[in-house]
Design a protein around this ligand. Structure first.
Ligand code: ARG
Length: 568
């Protein structure tokens, strides 16, 4: 936010507000005709007992008397004080800052020394990685990158759903009807079939349910045979997940799943009992949350079986011990809101003041064109791999139409197709439903991932054509003061601000929106200003700007988890 703190200092002398408050209030002017920054006077009206319009004109008159060099003009309009900066000064300092900070431009060390955990993706194993996982996986990964760029020590945790009654059923089914070779060959598909078969057979043979319970008990008691089969199922499932993560370029720092906490649940139950938080209800143990307007939370079933919230409490205690986190984030669909509200409240009731540092990051549903909603826990399954394949295939068709001679088309199609799906997921406020339309998200001219990628590739192709002599020239910043160049410069200036905001609000869409604006501004610049011409000085200035745009588009896409192909 170039010169904003300087403007705030000027205003500090003539208003009752502090410099910090002023910085908060100063906003980008709505269009360049109205200057660069605008200061709204409405909030001052009460304290200064004057109309905003009058305050604006009085302030303007006062500030004008001692106007510093970086300001060209100050104007009062409709209760705002508009500041017109000296463009040349802005252009020079922005481009210099972007260049000098290099790869680090946009990031900060705001998070230095602080650890943030992100629990994301976390699929329930023995089931396919499906479209219900799009949100948690993409949002979690983007937040991971963003917070790291802001200097935090970030730990990505894949809290695999790798324990529960379904494994008793699976083992039972496997023992009756399974074949090792078939399961080995078919992976999760094989396991899913076993699961379906179990439920079908159990209708006529209820004894199967007892068998399943018995296997589950064996697992809980540490019996080798059952645990070996279970472990094998886990590993088989992970093969599919790893394949998808690799394609998405995602790695986790920890795969500690639900099963890890089996031997830590009793301690939680005892602690809750000692602290007087447990109530017996129809044989089960619950925590009464009526004081917080929430239904009771089930901690221990009548048969002694443990539950999802109990496990999350145990997990939270262990994570606090292991990482002493500054914040601990959980990215899941909003249908789990109550679950997180309940167990986090319980941690607070247990007397842990760090309960406030755990944050549930919910997101909306994916809505397909036909209006079908997909929830993250629902059974309606479109496999993630099929979806990604389709994205790549559809993109390849477009490339074959637009640029059939492109080198390494398949790789580009993969990057652009997947980029489109990710960008689409991250283009709105998390909590909003995501509209899933292939035509819209693959539109190279729309507000899409491919559009941002295409723009960076376009910049790149100009840079490839640029003669060496141009690269060697000094930049004459006064040549970048036209409206098209200046719009781009101002957006480059906003990059760090947007990243900080995305990190603060845990909202990747702030970055995706920013990238679309930057791409749009650059394309206007590109269409109206000839970048490479006989005028070497002019070319050099425009090339300088083009390099920065290409780099920032690439870096921004990277934060979202999207690759930027060199050519498209
Ligand atoms: N495995 C869960 C599911 O698929 C998500 C787990 C989220 N993380 C957590 N700590 N509860 O619904």
């Amino acid at each position: 936010m170039i010169y904003v703190s300087e403007i705030a200092k000027l205003l500090e002398g003539v208003t009752p507000l502090s410099a910090n408050e002023l910085v908060e209030l100063i906003a980008p002017a709505p269009s360049s005709e109205m200057g660069d920054w605008a200061f709204p006077c409405f909030r001052l009206s009460k304290a200064m007992k004057k109309s905003p319009g009058l305050i604006a004109s009085d302030l303007t008159r006062e500030l004008k008397t001692n106007k510093p060099e970086f300001i060209d003009k100050i104007e009062a309009v409709n209760g705002y004080v508009n500041f017109y900066l000296n463009r040349r000064a802005v252009v020079e300092s922005v481009l210099t800052a972007v260049k000098e900070r290099g790869e680090g431009y946009g990031g900060s060390d705001a998070g230095a020394g602080k650890t943030i955990l992100i629990d994301y993706s976390s699929p329930n194993i023995a089931k396919h990685f499906h479209v219900g996982h799009l949100g948690t996986t993409f949002i979690g990964h983007a937040l991971y990158n963003i917070l790291r760029f802001l200097g935090y020590h970030v730990v990505g945790i894949n809290y695999l759903g790798d324990w529960g009654t379904q494994f008793g059923k699976l083992i039972t089914a496997y023992k009756h009807w399974g074949s090792k070779a078939e399961i080995e060959a078919r992976g999760i598909d094989g396991l899913m079939d076993l699961y379906v078969k179990f439920h079908k057979e159990a209708e006529s043979t209820p004894g199967l349910n007892d068998e399943a319970r018995a296997w589950m008990l064996k697992m809980q008691d540490g019996d080798d045979e059952s645990l070996n089969i279970w472990k094998w199922f886990v590993d088989l499932s992970l093969i599919e997940y790893e394949r998808v993560y690799k394609r998405l370029n995602i790695t986790f720092d920890s795969y500690r799943g639900e099963s890890y906490y089996n031997d830590k649940l009793d301690a939680v139950v005892s602690e809750l009992r000692e602290k007087g938080l447990l109530t017996l209800s129809e044989g089960a143990s619950i925590v009464d949350l009526s004081a917080y307007n929430m239904p009771p939370c089930l901690i221990l079933r009548g048969d002694g079986g443990s539950l999802y919230p109990t496990r999350d409490i145990a997990t939270a205690l262990e994570r606090k011990q292991t990482y002493d986190f500054y914040k601990s984030l959980y990215v899941t669909g909003l249908e789990q809101n109550l679950h997180f509200a309940q167990w986090m409240k319980i941690v607070e009731m247990m007397g842990y003041d760090w309960a406030k540092d755990m944050i549930h990051i919910p997101y909306g549903l994916v809505v397909f064109e036909e209006g079908k909603k997909i929830s993250s826990r629902g059974g309606n399954v479109i496999k993630m791999e099929d979806l990604l394949d389709k994205a790549a295939a559809k993109t390849l068709e477009i490339i074959n139409e637009k640029n059939p001679n492109l080198a390494d088309k398949e790789t580009v199609a993969e990057q652009v197709g997947i980029g489109a799906v990710i960008f689409n997921q991250l283009y709105n406020n998390r909590i909003k439903d995501v509209q899933f339309s292939w035509d819209k998200m693959l539109n190279f001219d729309g507000e899409t991932g491919p559009y941002a990628q295409y723009t960076s590739a376009r910049a790149n192709s100009v840079l490839k054509k640029t003669p060496a002599a141009v690269y060697e020239m000094e930049t004459d910043y006064s040549l970048l003061c036209d409206n098209y160049s200046y719009e781009v410069i101002k957006l480059l200036d906003l990059f760090p601000e947007r990243i900080a905001e995305a990190g603060e609000k845990y909202e990747p869409f702030i970055i995706s929106r920013y990238l679309v604006s930057l791409a749009q501004a650059f394309n206007k610049f590109y269409h109206n200003n000839i970048i490479l011409s006989d005028d070497l000085t002019l070319s050099a200035a425009r090339v300088n700007l083009t390099i920065r745009v290409r780099d920032i588009l690439k870096r921004g896409l990277g934060l979202l988890g999207i690759a930027a192909p060199e050519e498209m």
